[in-house]
Design a protein around this ligand. Structure first.
Ligand code: SOE
Length: 381
């Protein structure tokens, strides 16, 4: 017997659309004991919200997100809003006993992230964070190979998240304003690759050795005006780090890497081999097995779409019929529903406590950049 959990979505922009699609698609592709009801969508603009609710299939629309906390029909709230309101919304819903799925990064600041982690600790409700790239089948395969010690002792992690949409012509969006975003490319993009690195290596980062933060474009046109305003967040942050087991790591995030649209790349080198994945070819995992004879030495390209072999593949299309960006969100909804139905997810879905560890690394990098020093994570609580 399939049960239903009524969901409320707060946010109707890019992430709101991506999540809305996932909540609607999941029942069409995943056979689960718990399925979502698209109960309410909350947003700021009444007119566009009604159109969104109609097009996306939400039962109700409201511009009063706080009313959701008192609605006993709603079991889970999906916070898909800018970073500065994650805390207020997530804490209100947790205190009302509702499960919460929150967009990444957990928050714009460490203090907000800590308050969210602590509210989750006090609540019986479950929490989830939309680090959606963990839900790429190729990343799931990488996680399995890491757990099987196919790479062995990890020597290096090398991760970059390169975009190019943040040039001088891009207006002063909320992502370029510290009061809304907390940080720029750092919290937006390094959050993803730090999460992926921690997830795949299975260890915490213990020190940031040196970070550099840059704001190249210091003024941007204020949307809807001819005036310019100051961009007070980073356009790029790069840093070196060490994992608990001794592996070295490098991370770089930028929105000014011409030629790269959404180029999230991670490579892990270990005692027995290497793994490499790139979002712009998200179905492919490159595996270097260092245990084969030198005659056969070389990288192997695995297209992670095989039913019965690769994560989520059975839910979607036949072998080789690749999946895309939107499928990562539907895969995440499937695993959120598995967790809520007390089933095991295919592999770990980050909760607020997990995402807080990523937020600590982001903060350590900012401290390192501003104080030009190495920062131990034990100093960042
Ligand atoms: C913009 O940088 C953005 O939409 C990020 O916010 C997302 O998390 C990333 O997946 C794609 O780029």
């Amino acid at each position: 017997m399939t049960r239903t959990i009524e969901v409320a979505l707060i946010g109707q922009a890019f992430m709101g659309r991506a999540h809305s699609n996932a909540w609607r698609q999941v029942r069409k592709f995943f056979d689960l004991p718990l399925q979502p009801g698209l109960h309410t969508v909350a947003g700021r603009d009444e007119e566009s919200l009604a159109a969104f609710a109609d097009r996306q299939g939400w039962g109700r629309a409201t511009t009063r997100w706080r009313d959701i906390a008192a609605d006993d029909e709603i079991g889970l709230v999906d916070v898909s809003t800018p970073n500065h309101v994650h805390r207020e919304m997530a804490v209100a819903m947790l205190e009302a006993g509702k499960h919460v799925a929150c967009e990444k990064p957990l928050a714009g600041t460490l203090a907000d992230a800590r308050a969210m982690r602590d509210a989750a600790r006090r609540s019986k409700a479950r929490t989830f964070v939309w680090f959606n790239y963990r839900r790429c089948p190729a990343i799931g395969l990488a996680w399995q190979l890491m757990r099987e010690k196919r790479i062995g002792r990890v020597y290096h992690v090398r991760a970059t998240y390169l975009q190019s949409w943040g040039g001088p012509d891009t207006p002063l969006l909320w992502r370029f304003q510290k009061k809304h975003a907390g940080s720029g490319a750092h919290g937006d993009l390094n959050a993803h690759i730090v999460d992926l690195a921690r997830f795949l290596v299975g260890e915490e980062i213990v020190e940031v050795h040196g970070a550099v933060e840059r704001t190249f474009v210091k003024e941007r046109v204020i949307p809807g005006t001819r005036k310019k305003g100051r961009s007070n967040v980073d356009d790029s942050v790069a840093f070196l780090a060490s994992f608990k087991g001794g592996a070295t790591a490098s991370f770089e995030a930028t929105r000014l890497a011409g030629g790269h649209l959404n180029d999230n790349t991670i490579e892990i080198n270990g005692e027995h081999g290497s793994l490499r994945w790139n979002l712009e070819n998200l179905n492919e995992l490159w595996f270097y097995d260092g245990t084969v004879s030198p005659r056969e030495d070389g990288w192997r390209r695995i297209v992670a779409t095989r039913g019965g072999e690769h994560p989520y593949a059975d839910a979607w299309w036949p072998d080789g019929h690749i999946s895309g960006y939107e499928h990562t969100f539907t895969n995440q909804v499937a695993d959120i529903l598995r967790v809520l139905a007390r089933r095991k997810p295919l592999y770990p879905v980050p909760d607020f406590a997990d995402a807080y560890e990523t937020q600590r690394v982001l903060e350590a990098a900012l401290v390192s950049a501003r104080e030009r020093c190495a920062v131990k994570l034990s100093e960042v609580r």
